[in-house]
Design a protein around this ligand. Sequence first.
Ligand code: ZN
Ligand code: FE
Length: 253
Amino acid sequence: MPLTVHQFPCLEDNYGFLIRDEATGLAATIDTPDAKAILAELDKLGWKLDLILNTHWHPDHAGGNAEIKAATSCTIVGPGEVTRIAPLDREVKDGDTVMLGETKFQVIDTGGHTLGHITYSDAADKIAFVGDTLFALGCGRLFEGTAEQMWTSLQRLAALPDETTVYCAHEYTASNARFALSVDDDPALKARAEQIFDRRTRGEPTVPTTIALEKATNPFLRAPKLAERVGASGQPDYAAFGAVRAAKDGFKG
Ligand code: ZN
Ligand code: FE
């Protein structure tokens, strides 16, 4: 039985994701950017919340935990770092499994944006909730981790099947596309960037994406191929990645 994903905008540029295991009707929220918005969507859908699945501790991901738990008595699952801002019912780490009814999520360590950031991967449905690690044409900023740690995390995601649907937590794609075009002139990227600008002009989301699409066009995953463009020729892959990340941090456009 499949997993249903309901995606909706939250805060400035976050996405909320409510998911339901169709075999049992149990529902979860991926992160808690905006408690009121999430509770209103749950109400509209008529879903009963069983779990909060946190990807990392940032307030736009775990800030609504307490209010949602108070309203639904759900169980809060996440990496240990979430306790910096709110209590957890269950701490999980790389290799752990989380069940939502009959849907099984594998926890993957994707540290780098924050040290303890995790991804929830549903291999049966080929769906991954990647938080702020991988974005459409982008990746999370290195607030806590090193380029090497983030590169390793991104390689774990790139190793998922090509058809995997990737739900990232922010709509940053148009600005990511402008940066990508500044470091890469690959035809597949140019075609994708056109589509993205069109969609955003119409106010349509560019999330979810897929692993195949990101491997083909995301400048952070393509960093080793762009090493010369970013002044990292002959350096290890993670250093090329670090140079692309630094170029994006300084990019005005
Ligand atoms: Zn974050
Ligand atoms: Fe975020």
